[in-house]
Design a protein around this ligand. Structure first.
Ligand SMILES: [Zn+2]
Length: 232
């Protein structure tokens, strides 16, 4: 079986997640990273906080990252990153699931990502399978069928039918959430199972029209690589 055909999809970061926790000064629960990290030294002991701003009233609040940790316990490069408010250190802290769990707040990932696809322009009637590597730039939990809808430009029902027919093969259930790299394969109509299934189905004409849509050149005005903005 020829498995040389490969495509790459990337879940790209477009914003940082919001921190959801109550504000002591107003009814809002949304906080954003202020871009600052505070380090206090007391002799050889350090306290490190991530500073957040309330999205409504701008009140600053502190999330403890390290409490009374010995200076030798932190990598020097990391300590410098904290001291200079290094944006990648801020990003890492605000996206950290363990920091969120430790401090009992939730992360809202809405609007934090978009899908970039680099699909070869191929006819889906090609019987050889196409393997698609999905790479995550950030650990955002995304429903797999949502990625497929965006990546292939299909409705949820169309995606579910292709999965049920074995044309799309996934390492998870389509309604599961992925948050790290995985691979899926899209099989052509020549695959044995799909051919068997198509004969058994009345709706094979409808199925063919779906398949023709996958891999069509982008509509006029759209450019490759395509970017689909996350709505949820
Ligand atoms: Zn507030």
């Amino acid at each position: 079986m020829n498995t040389d055909r490969k495509a790459l999809w990337a879940v790209r970061q477009s914003a940082l997640p919001a921190v959801v926790r109550s504000c002591p000064d107003c009814p809002s629960t949304r906080h954003r990273a202020s871009g600052k990290i505070r380090v206090n030294a007391n002799g050889k002991l350090l306290d490190v906080w991530l500073l957040l701003s309330c999205a409504a009233c701008d009140r600053t609040s502190k999330v403890p990252v390290h409490e009374r940790v010995h200076v030798s316990a932190l990598e020097p490069a990391r300590l410098v990153a904290y001291e200079i408010n290094d944006p990648s250190a801020v990003r890492e802290l605000v996206m950290s699931a363990s920091l969120a769990a430790k401090n009992r707040y939730r992360l809202d990932w809405t609007g934090t990502w978009e899908l970039e696809t680099r699909m070869p322009l191929y006819a889906l009637d090609d019987p050889s399978p196409l393997s698609v590597r999905v790479g995550f730039e950030l650990p955002v939990p995304v429903r797999v069928e949502r990625l497929l809808q965006l990546g292939l430009g299909l409705s949820r029902a169309e995606v579910r039918r292709l999965v049920a027919d074995g044309r799309i093969r996934l390492p998870f259930a389509p309604d599961a959430k992925a948050h790290r790299d995985f691979e899926l394969t899209i099989h052509g109509p020549g695959s044995v199972d799909a051919a068997k299934h198509a004969k058994a189905l009345d709706g094979s004409a409808a199925e063919r029209s779906d398949l023709a849509r996958i891999g069509l050149p982008p509509a006029p005005g759209r450019e490759l690589p395509r970017r689909a903005t996350a709505r949820g």
